[in-house]
Design a protein around this ligand. Sequence first.
Ligand code: CO
Length: 445
Amino acid sequence: MTESRENFENLNQKLLTFVDNSPTSFHAVDNMKAILEQAGYNRLLEGESWKLKEGGRYYVTRNDSSLIAFQIPKRDFVGFQIMASHSDSPALKIKANAEIQIEKKYVKLNVEKYGGMLCSPWLDRPLSVAGRIVVRTAEGVATKLVNVDRDLLIIPNLAIHLNRKVNEGYEFNAQRDLLPLFGGEKAKDGLLKQIAREAQVEEGDILDTDLFLYNRMKGTVLGMNNEFIAAPRLDDLQCVFGSLMGFLKATPKDSAAVLCVLDNEEVGSGTKQGADSTFLRDVLRRIHLAMGRSEEAYIMALASSFMVSADNAHSIHPNQPDKADPTNRPFMNEGIVIKYSANQKYTTDAVSGALFKSVCDRAEVPYQVFFNRSDMLGGSTLGNISNSQVALNTVDIGLPQLAMHSCYETAGSKDTAYLVRAAQVMYSSSIQGAGDGTYRLYFHQ
Ligand code: CO
């Protein structure tokens, strides 16, 4: 008990450190690269020929914001065991020529929304800037990550005295209400100077930027008995981190293990590195080509493959419990949530649901079920979008959380460990097609 409790606290601290160090999708991928390299994974580049070997461990990135890592078993393999999550979160993105002077007394920044966020949590709290810049080099251009690691900005609310009705509901105007205060009159022309200083480049060499605001508040463990964690970007860095930890512990034997973390889920996945791109398909095909397998063998492998689309789910809200389905009631700390939707916004069907339940049973991990209320539209996620590129048996799951798309979200302190364990078992297993709708499961852990 003491040991497992220690492990579990340790895991939450590691998750919160990972989240704190990952203010943008670029940083999340950079941190994953460091963890994978330390675990002996070899970097591949999409623009170079791949020489892969049995038992090999590799990773490849696209746009520095999506990453796919894979382990090839020591012997011939039949399919792929994939877990996919997303690296991005809703945020405010800084536009070009961002500085706006207010009566020569203040400087504020011009920003726009990235993704569907809850706006109000972004107000009245210290924020800063992180992302990537692209600089001129002797040979062309190069990318650099930046994170201004100090309290830099704030988006102030309007006092209640100036809008007495605000608590009856407020419609945020992104162009008027969400622009952060950057400084006094001397702050003018300071933003790019600050960014150049952080990145140790000449300001004049900065050709373009992808810079986002982020919440400076660190993640924490809370609740009478430390039941909860709260942090920015738990959707979906909790699944990114949990799947990565499970992947690293796995020992695949009959199927290749594939960790897939994709950018731009929050804006519809339609980018070259998103779930609707060729990235996953290209990587799976290239694994086959590099191992000297035929096109038919690739298609056969997909029939013996399984994908878990892991993106956080809504827990029952303590103040609004009636917002959830009447008979399917997911709670934090009660296990992994399997998501269903009749119109297939989630990919889960009876077959993929049953297969994932079998994995959870084997892992001795609790699971629960999510449906939207029948009179409410829910969100969508990676699974069904990715299936239009690589069609395979897929289940949509997530960890239960509150306040999704706030810049500070709450989740259960036990659930990350459940995902790690389920991912480890899933990645070590093989789910092989034995006729349409019939599958054999081989567990190796
Ligand atoms: Co998500």
